[in-house]
Design a protein around this ligand. Structure first.
Ligand code: CMP
Length: 136
């Protein structure tokens, strides 16, 4: 049975700054995702704190929110078969040094913070995260 899903992808400041947006978009498209909507934005630290609030108890929360608001990001709604899981596989492990060959984080990630992309971790969070950036 088919399972078309949507998920949220963010190209983070480190990758936008290195002009990797078109290259990363083309990786998604070559892997069968449709980019249903997208925009380049620069969010405030308060907005980043709201977006990442599931991590508020973590020691890295403050740095994470400062980082996501440190420069422009490129946000996309990706659509495809099992898009949530497929996007996570294509991104690779959170820490680029543990990511598999040919994943986006292996190809472009610099560190666990500057890991180039974010992707929703479940269908429920995908809906929330899409709604956060693309209010319907
Ligand atoms: P992301 O998928 O955007 O979700 C939360 C982010 O926190 C994660 O990618 C990392 O960039 C960042 N982060 C920083 N330190 C850690 C850590 N120790 N464990 C997990 N994520 C971390």
């Amino acid at each position: 049975m088919s399972n078309t899903e949507q998920t949220l992808s963010i190209i983070k400041p480190d990758a936008v700054e290195r002009n990797l947006v078109d290259e990363i978009k083309s990786i998604f498209q070559k892997n069968g995702f449709k980019i249903k909507d997208s925009k380049k934005i620069h969010i405030t630290k308060d907005e980043a704190s709201e977006f990442y609030k599931v991590h508020q108890s973590k020691p890295f929360y403050n740095d994470l929110c400062s980082y996501l608001s440190s420069g422009p990001i490129f946000v996309m709604i990706l659509e495809g078969e099992n898009a949530v899981l497929k996007n996570r596989e294509l991104m690779g492990s959170t820490d680029p040094k543990n990511a598999s060959e040919n994943t986006i984080r292996k190809l472009f990630g610099i560190s666990i913070d500057k890991n180039s992309v974010h992707g929703s971790d479940s269908p429920d969070n995908a809906k929330k995260e899409i709604n956060f950036f693309f209010k319907s």
